[in-house]
Design a protein. Structure first.
Length: 297
């Protein structure tokens, strides 16, 4: 059984006449009759009953017709999806990114890209950096915006944004009015840490190791809002990315003197996987010179 024969079967069912169906399909009447006979032999049941000079669906044919319509509809939907995926002005981009890039950076990129390609849709996923790289490797994401650069040589990565990290402390904390804080001064401070597998956790760990300190980390969070909330509650200090408007309630942010207190966010992809044209168009758009923001201060 093939879909062409299924379509021919539905045409005969619609016309109630083999000759008329053959004329519409532009095939010979004997050829159409043989195709229907092969389909009936394949299914093991008669699909049509003869009525005068025409035909009508048998009880078996009526059952099969319901499934045949679904088969044809699924085939047509798949062909439309493939055609859409091959069109850089339509289709879907599977984009993964860090939680911290969700409030503004990624939405701004998507908005600007869709200004010239309004037919493009996005399937968005947020996660920690290690999982973002895995999503690109296994094909769940076409592209990922992440930090730091993924390990290994199987993924490509280009820097987009460099941010200066800050120390978040509760308002009224002894360091809240300081202009600059050295990492060594955090030795006796409880630290609200980002979870293992996040880029900010890796940077903080390297800063503490270089400074020769091992502060306690009684609390962990995955999203910046949660980490800042714990800081605002007086449960510790945290090394965080620059806040967005409205994110600093109850928290003071102080610059860190450590040269390691920066992170570079980049775009990663796999050249070993075929990207839909629309995803490749978005990759080129994101890498356009001058698109990335200036380093945060």
């Amino acid at each position: 059984m093939d879909l062409q024969t299924v379509r021919w079967f539905l045409a005969v069912a619609a016309h109630g006449h083999v000759t008329n169906a053959a004329q519409e399909l532009r095939v010979s009447q004997p050829g159409l009759s043989r195709a229907i006979a092969r389909l009936e032999a394949d299914l093991g049941v008669p699909l049509f009953d003869r009525v005068g000079r025409g035909v009508e669906l048998s009880p078996f044919g009526r059952v099969f017709a319901e499934h045949a319509r679904r088969l044809v509809a699924e085939d047509e939907a798949a062909r439309r999806a493939l055609a859409q995926a091959a069109d850089p002005s339509h289709g879907e981009v599977a984009l993964a990114f860090l939680h911290t890039q969700g409030p503004s950076f990624v939405p701004d990129l998507v908005r600007r890209f869709r200004e010239t390609r309004p037919g493009v849709t996005f399937r968005l996923m947020q996660d920690r950096s290690a999982r973002l790289a895995a999503a690109v490797r296994d094909g769940r994401a076409d592209l990922a915006i992440t930090s730091p650069r993924p390990s290994g040589t199987d993924l490509e990565w280009r820097p987009l944004v460099t941010e200066r990290l800050l120390l978040a402390v509760p308002e009224g904390h002894r360091l809240a009015r300081r202009r600059l804080v050295r990492t060594e001064e955090l030795a006796d401070e409880p630290v609200v840490a980002f979870r293992q597998g996040t880029g900010l956790r890796a940077i903080a760990a390297e800063m503490f190791a270089r400074a020769g300190i091992a502060p306690e980390m009684p609390f962990e969070g995955e999203e910046s809002a949660t980490v800042r909330g714990l800081v605002a509650a007086g449960l510790g200090v945290a090394i965080v990315a620059p806040p967005l408007p409205g994110e600093a309630h109850g928290v003071a942010h102080v610059r860190l003197a450590d040269p390691l207190a920066v992170r570079t966010i980049g775009l990663t992809w796999s050249d070993g996987r075929t990207r839909p044209p629309v995803a490749e168009a978005f990759r080129r758009f994101v890498l356009t010179p001058g698109l990335a923001r200036e380093p945060a201060n």
